[in-house]
Design a protein around this ligand. Sequence first.
Ligand code: GTP
Ligand code: MG
Length: 271
Amino acid sequence: MNENFNVCIVGKPNVGKSTIFNKILDKDISKVGQVAGTTIYPISSSKEFKNININLIDLGGLKKKSKSYEGKQKLITSHTIKQINLSDVVFFILDGNDEITKNDKQLFRLILNKLKNVIVIVNKTDLIKENLKKKEDYFKFFFKKNYPNILLKPIFISALKNVKKEFLLKKIYELFLNTKKIIKNKDVNLALKNILEKHQPVYSKKSRPTIKFLRHVNSKPMIFKAFGNKLTSLSKDYKNFFIKQVLINLKIYNQIVVIKYLNNNNPYSKS
Ligand SMILES: Nc1nc2c(ncn2[C@@H]2O[C@H](COP(=O)(O)OP(=O)(O)OP(=O)(O)O)[C@@H](O)[C@H]2O)c(=O)[nH]1
Ligand SMILES: [Mg+2]
C-alpha cells in the first residue's frame, strides 16, 4: 500500500488555487471562477507519484482576520485551519501580478506557526507586464529577509500557461523523503564546525557561550538539539545567524526548523 501524503493549497481569494489543483490532477474537479470566493468547501483528490499517494486538497481563499467574521469566511477559515493541521505540505499560493499583502503575511505566519513544510508558489506570471526578473527578485528577497528559520525558493508559474506539474510533484516527493530521514551526526557536526569557523557566539556578561555538538533529532517537524555551555546567553542575532547557517549547510529547503539549546549535556550519554 502506498503511503498517503497530504498537500493542501492555501492562499488568499482568486490567486489560482483551484486552477493549480485541477492542472496537477489533469482533471476539472474544482470550480474555477473570475470572482473571488469561488471555492468554499475543501475539495480533495489523489494522485499516485512514485511510491506515494499524493492527496491534494483545494481550499477556499482566506481573507484577513479582521474580515473573517462573515459566515462564508468563517467556514473557510475553520476548514483551512483543520486542513493545515492534517497536511504534510502546504502549497502557499501568491499572485505574481500583485504585491505581497498583509493578508498574505498573516496566512503565511499561520502555516509557519504550525511548523508545516511549505512550498511557495507565485502564480499568474503571464500577467506580469514589467520586468519579470525584478518581480522575481522582489518575492525571493521577501522570503529570504523575513523568515530566519526556513529557506524558501519561490516557484514561479502560470497555472494557465505552464503549471510545471512534474517539477511540483518532484518537490513534494523530496519533502516526503526528507521527512523520513534523520541526518547523520557526522554531517550535522561538520556543518557545526563550518558555522563556528565562520562566526563564534560573542561574549556576553563576561562569558562566551559555546556550542559543542549539534544533533538532528526529528524530521517532522525538523528539530535539532544544540549542546554546550552558557547557551542561555546566546543572543537572538546569533541564534538567527546560526539557524540560517544550519539550513544552508545542510541544504534544508521548505522545512521550518527549530533548534533547542541545551546546557552541559552530553548527547552521546543517553538519548
Ligand atoms: N492570467 C492568469 N489567470 C489565472 C491563472 N491562474 C488562474 N487564473 C484565473 O484567476 C481566476 C481565479 O482562479 P481560481 O483558480 O478560481 O482561483 P482560486 O484561488 O481558487 O479562487 P477562490 O476559490 O475564489 O479563492 C480565474 O479567472 C482563473 O482563470 C494564471 O496563471 N494566469
Ligand atoms: Mg478556488
